[in-house]
Ligand binder design. Structure first.
Ligand SMILES: Nc1ccccc1C(=O)C[C@H](N)C(=O)O
Ligand SMILES: [Zn+2]
Ligand SMILES: [Zn+2]
Length: 213
């Protein structure tokens, strides 16, 4: 089992302008309480997380309308490089034409972000359309977004919307060998939201029932 989730440590670098991630102390045994508790303060897009379509389309499904099936099953991890800040069509030329339903792009992001990686590799919308044609229904990336930090048009997000491809961002693929696995990605069960932090792991291909679905 390979954990491909980013640890959520206090001060975890978030998207510029977003609330910093923190866990505020709640009850404390040392103060005479019966238990220790904490209060979680986070963006829905902190660390390893999924985007629901409502995040980029006001008519899109909220997270609880998406269900879990897209996030569970056969995937392929592939190392890619960006050209001019975008992973472009042709980056997957060496892969079989037919791709598994889930494609996780390893662009080279480190396991931990000391600061927000503003110059991360984003996706060319044409790459999104290409992988959708080749069978992909979930695209994952180790970058914090499929679009550049300064994008206002969110072309890759909207290409995902057009093609019905869901989005998983902020993965930690550092040291993960390219190849096929079974993905288990479980977003927090937050209702009526635009996305949620998720715990994502890779299992050997074929571990989950149902073959490569
Ligand atoms: N928190 C934000 C606030 C405003 C704009 C983008 C973000 C993001 O976190 C980017 C997000 N991960 C995305 O889906 O691209
Ligand atoms: Zn996001
Ligand atoms: Zn996104």
């Amino acid at each position: 089992m390979i954990d491909i989730s980013r640890p959520l440590t206090p001060g975890h670098p978030n998207w510029p302008g977003d609330l910093p991630f923190r866990v505020e102390p709640g009850m404390r045994i040392a103060r005479g309480d019966s238990v220790n508790t904490g209060e979680l303060h986070t963006s829905t897009h902190t660390g390893t997380h999924v985007d629901a379509p409502w995040h980029y389309d006001d008519a899109g499904e909220r997270l609880d309308e998406v269900g879990l099936e897209p996030y569970l099953g056969r995937c392929r991890v592939v190392t890619v490089r960006a050209e001019g800040g975008l992973v472009r069509p042709g980056a997957l030329a060496d892969l079989p034409e037919a791709l598994p339903p889930r494609l996780l792009l390893h662009t080279g992001q480190p396991a931990r972000w000391a600061e927000f990686p503003a110059d991360f590799a984003a996706l060319d919308p044409e790459l999104v359309r290409e992988v959708a044609r080749r069978g992909v229904r979930l695209i994952g990336t180790d970058s914090p977004s499929v679009d550049p930090l300064t994008s206002k048009t969110l072309d890759a997000h909207h290409a995902c919307r057009e093609t019905g491809v869901l989005i998983l961002e902020g993965l930690n693929l550092s040291g993960v060998p390219d190849g096929e696995y079974d993905l288990v990605c479980l977003p927090l069960p937050l209702a009526e939201v635009d996305g949620a932090p998720a715990r994502a792991i890779l299992l050997p291909a074929g571990t989950l029932p149902g073959g490569g679905a």
